[in-house]
Design a protein around this ligand. Sequence first.
Ligand SMILES: NC(=O)c1ccc[n+]([C@@H]2O[C@H](COP(=O)([O-])OP(=O)(O)OC[C@H]3O[C@@H](n4cnc5c(N)ncnc54)[C@H](OP(=O)(O)O)[C@@H]3O)[C@@H](O)[C@H]2O)c1
Length: 328
Amino acid sequence: MMRRTLGRSGIEVSAIGMGCWAIGGPFHGADGEPHGWGEVDDEESVRTVHRALELGIDFFDTADVYGAGRSERVLARALAGRREQVVIATKWGNVFDEATKVSDGRGEDPAYLRRAVTASLRRLGTDYIDLYQLHLGDLAIDRAADLLGTLEALVEEGKIRSYGWSTDDPGRADAWGGAGAHCTAIQHDFSLMHGSRPEVLEAAERHGLASVDRGPLAMGLLTGKYRADTRVGPGDVRGGGAPWMVLFEDGRPAPEYLARLDAVREVLTGGGRTLAQGALGWLWAVSDATVPIPGCRTVAQVEDNAGALEHGPLTQEQVEEVERLLAA
Ligand SMILES: NC(=O)c1ccc[n+]([C@@H]2O[C@H](COP(=O)([O-])OP(=O)(O)OC[C@H]3O[C@@H](n4cnc5c(N)ncnc54)[C@H](OP(=O)(O)O)[C@@H]3O)[C@@H](O)[C@H]2O)c1
């Protein structure tokens, strides 16, 4: 079973985690824009977490805002009685209302951080969080520096074991990697299809941090199930008009990315891998620091993604071939 160490924390995790954004179900901005992935069935979500555990996945990434608290609550339900066997990562920074499911506003200061960690601990039904991540990827570096003292105090108090920043900016990764004693991970958008520049990975490596890779399947595109005429369901963030939503256009896969997928399909599926397994194997092959966290919303998806653990990383020749094909 492939395992990795989460940066300099010494915390060991399965080489993939399970992303828990989609299992939070619907929530939205004040303008009604969907921030979730449409409706979900909590029973299937719990079964998915249990199947993940059976398959050796012991790292779960959620956020307080996913489903306006629902993702953390469902995860707590699924993990009841198994707290010692798992590593839980969650995030704070987006202000939301559990009743209305509106996420609107930012909690940037140390007092908000204190309130957020208390609320996440309660929803998760635990007395410690293994990896606590700042969810505001664009927070000014000096404002973020004001949070480090409180984060270190939370480590001292035993409420968190380590912390990180979810950001696609190498300058921010450098700032916390250099200044935060218990900073152990940078979470960033990273897949062979798309994502933050290699500079973020390099910053993480320079400081001995884990690269926790979100969007490792390019929001589902890299599984091959989305075709030119497929449209995502109602209330799905992929059908919204957020400026950063480049992989999908009006809920359909963007043609440019479908073409990229076609170019690398054969390499990724070599050796009997599925496309998703090839995409995860690519991430492992590019660095020892990477820990992809594919989002899973069904038992079938987690089974497919966990299958990547048996195949392991792509070879360096395959990585070079992917690079060559994408450049062409
Ligand atoms: N700012 C942040 O901090 C941030 C932002 C984004 C994500 N994240 C974290 O990163 C995690 C992963 O990113 P992501 O969920 O955006 O994207 P992803 O992992 O690239 O894609 C996940 C989606 O792909 C589909 N899928 C997954 N495995 C599949 C399989 N084997 N076969 C077919 N379809 C499959 C599912 O959606 P469908 O079934 O609906 O297609 C799933 O929700 C999130 O869950 C979250 O924990 C954090």
